[in-house]
Design a protein around this ligand. Structure first.
Ligand code: AMP
Length: 405
């Protein structure tokens, strides 16, 4: 087992991130990226590197291992995608039809998003880079066919192993392994699959691990995986909360439905992400909203890949008014400028609460987070507020006339 020597530790608070973002004078041009990547950055309107990018881009270019404790929203994806594309430009043409980079992700949604970032930054590269995302829940055959000539493979662990077992892909040419949202991957029970994948990789390789939290499980895997990594920690979500207006409604279970419809209709909310704690509840909320003339769709693990993608696309484009989601897939939802999040049911952990509402304060755009608190939730909600270090104004829904909603 290799021990981690913390070569450098960088700790940024989100507020610092914002001020850095606005005042740092270190431009993308100083990070060692090629002209075509700089052009792609300009097209995407990325004018200044985010703090995590400032640190990880040079390290990845030097083929160092990286441990990034950074949540979604920190800019980590572009932080690893750009230097990896750059390094791949140096791979000899004869080897370029092999899979050089493997990105393991916990969910299909994240797989698709990471692939999109690779695609955006691959445009115009002198040596084309072929990227493919593979994940379960859809037919394996088209993925097998598409694997030919792929350089960057983004995969959920289970489907990757199926492809390996069918001899559709070999992992012995991997030069860089990325574990994205490692904590989520281990929480979802992929530990055994990840271990099996690791055993198939060449021993000499670059390893990049990104995780929102440093749990014991993540710690174990970093010990096993990383060799003298650059360690960077972005503590964004807690500070991020100051950007968000938080309100809670004290409400009985029976009145939750009418209250939700009241808030959407009365406040004319146009784009709302609603969280429930179960699949059953998500479907139920959607049914009731639709019956009351509010356009809504559910997104959870029992939905087919097609309907999940459709719902997300509709919602992102602004055509769908309400998206109802369970926690399980909430991490994969990357939507900028999301104005409203409603916790129809509270999440179990304070961490998850912060993660859910953090979605409204992303990309420097403030938003509003509303939580429904039932009498049974009262103590739990106190714990959440205490952990967050912030007390939230509670409105008694009895004071609202919900008649007709
Ligand atoms: P991520 O943490 O990778 O999910 O990225 C969060 C969001 O920030 C994504 O929507 C990116 O498009 C955006 N983003 C990442 N880096 C930059 C940058 N340097 N400038 C502007 N936007 C960025």
């Amino acid at each position: 087992m290799k021990s981690i020597q913390l070569q450098s530790v960088f700790l940024y608070l989100y507020n610092e991130k914002l001020s850095n973002y606005k005042t740092n004078t270190m431009p993308f041009t100083s990070l060692g990226l090629s002209a075509s990547l700089l052009k792609a950055l300009a097209v995407q309107n990325y004018t200044q590197p985010y703090p995590i990018q400032l640190e990880v881009i040079p390290a990845i270019l030097k083929r160092k291992d990286v441990l990034g404790i950074a949540p979604t929203g920190s800019g980590k994806t572009a932080g690893y995608v750009m230097p990896l594309l750059m390094n791949m430009q140096l791979v000899e043409a004869s080897r370029s039809r092999n899979v050089n980079v493997l990105v393991l992700v916990p969910t299909r949604e994240l797989a698709v998003q990471v692939r999109e970032v690779f695609r955006l930054f691959s445009v115009g590269l002198p040596q084309p880079v072929k990227t493919l995302a593979v994940f379960g829940g859809v037919s394996i055959n088209p993925q097998m066919m598409a694997l030919s000539g792929v350089n960057v493979l983004i995969a959920t662990p289970g489907r990757l192993l199926e492809l390996v077992e069918s001899n559709a892909v070999h992992l012995n040419t991997i030069e860089t392994l990325v574990l994205d949202e490692a904590d989520k991957m281990l929480n979802l029970g992929f530990k055994e699959e990840v271990t099996r994948v690791l055993a198939l990789l060449p021993e000499k390789r670059q390893n990049l691990l990104f995780s929102a939290t440093l749990s014991d499980d993540v710690n174990n895997i970093t010990q096993m995986l990383l060799h003298e990594p650059l360690v960077i920690k972005i503590e964004s979500e807690v500070e991020n909360i100051d950007l968000i207006t938080q309100i809670a409604y004290f409400v009985t279970n029976e009145k939750k439905g009418p209250l939700l419809r009241y808030l959407i209709k009365h406040n004319d909310l146009k784009q709302v992400l609603v969280f429930t704690s179960s699949i059953y509840s998500a479907d139920n909320v959607v049914d009731k909203l639709r019956k009351n003339g509010i356009d809504a769709m559910a997104i959870h693990s029992k939905k087919s890949q097609g309907s999940r993608t459709d719902a997300l696309d509709e919602f992102k484009s602004g055509r769908l008014r309400v998206l109802v989601a369970t926690d399980l897939i909430s991490r994969g939802i990357d939507i900028q400028f999301l104005p409203h999040v409603i916790n129809y049911e509270l999440p179990r952990s304070p961490k998850e609460y912060i993660h859910r509402i953090g979605r409204t304060g992303r990309a420097e755009s403030p938003g509003e987070a509303i939580s429904f608190v039932t009498p049974a939730d009262k103590d739990h909600f106190k714990v959440i507020q205490k952990k967050m270090g912030k007390w939230i104004t509670m409105i008694d829904s009895e004071s609202i006339n919900l008649h007709g909603f």
